[in-house]
Design a protein around this ligand. Sequence first.
Ligand code: MBD
Ligand code: FE
Length: 308
Amino acid sequence: MSDLPESCEVQGLLIKVSGLDNNEGDERVKRIVHRVVSDLFKTIEEFDVQPDEFWAAMSYLTELGQANEVGLLVPGLGIETFLDLRTDQAERKAGVEGGTPRTIEGPLYVAGAPLSKREARLDDGSEEGEVLFMDGQVRDVNERPVAGAVVDVWHANPLGGYSFFDPSQPKYNLRRRIETDAEGRYRFRSVLPAGYACPPEGPTQKLLDQLGRHGRRPAHIHFFVTAPGYRKLTTQINIDGDEYLHDDFAFATRDGLIPEVRRSTDPAEVRARGLNAPFAEITFDFVLHPVRADVPNTVVTRPHAEAA
Ligand code: MBD
Ligand code: FE
């Protein structure tokens, strides 16, 4: 590898590129741009990247944005998990321990889902799939129930598609916000999701193919759990038994997030629920930390769609 990136000429170029020779602008942005562009120059040098390879990469980024898949490639490259690991580490350093593990938000949250007290039904009866009853309690790390917490839940349908992003689904299908009762309890009825697969013709899968990787996620259910005075929890549960449970392209599976799925096949129980086929039940409690002034908060600001 040549030392061109280290030469006076290129070092001077990098200083000017990142505005480090002027007194305007934002100091942090300048330093980060300097680092990122320097590292890119070194990468180009080390791999002897040719101009047409470089422009293929730029076309790729353009395509990624145009396909609205930036939020899909980020978890696929483990970057969203890395951000979580850094938050975990900051909490550990501050002695914030225990509680429900966090895991990534992913790109498919839609804000503004219908809000109800204590319980909800997430589907409108049009989904063909195994019925799921899920319930649990929101508590704090001192075992106290958290009344008035909001459990914001979203998941895919039995075909692996998310409402809004899959326009064939009803508005806010499989998306609800449920406020916990005086004992911190919530419950909902839904249908078991299937795992997600990256769009096979999209730019994310195109890169994964070149890495010899699949773009599949195990079946999962997402949650934001919030309550005044508590740190926001962003997490997911996985549906046990999925073949991708420990082979998630988005690296979101964590210990403590794989609850038991109870199967009810007893005809009397099935009838008592007003159903005509066996159903699944999951109980999962969420444990929150009280707010702390000395650790960065866990509310992540990022763009979210809102269903029209
Ligand atoms: C998903 O459903 C998801 O949760 C993530 C992280 C990436 C792609 C699809
Ligand atoms: Fe998801």
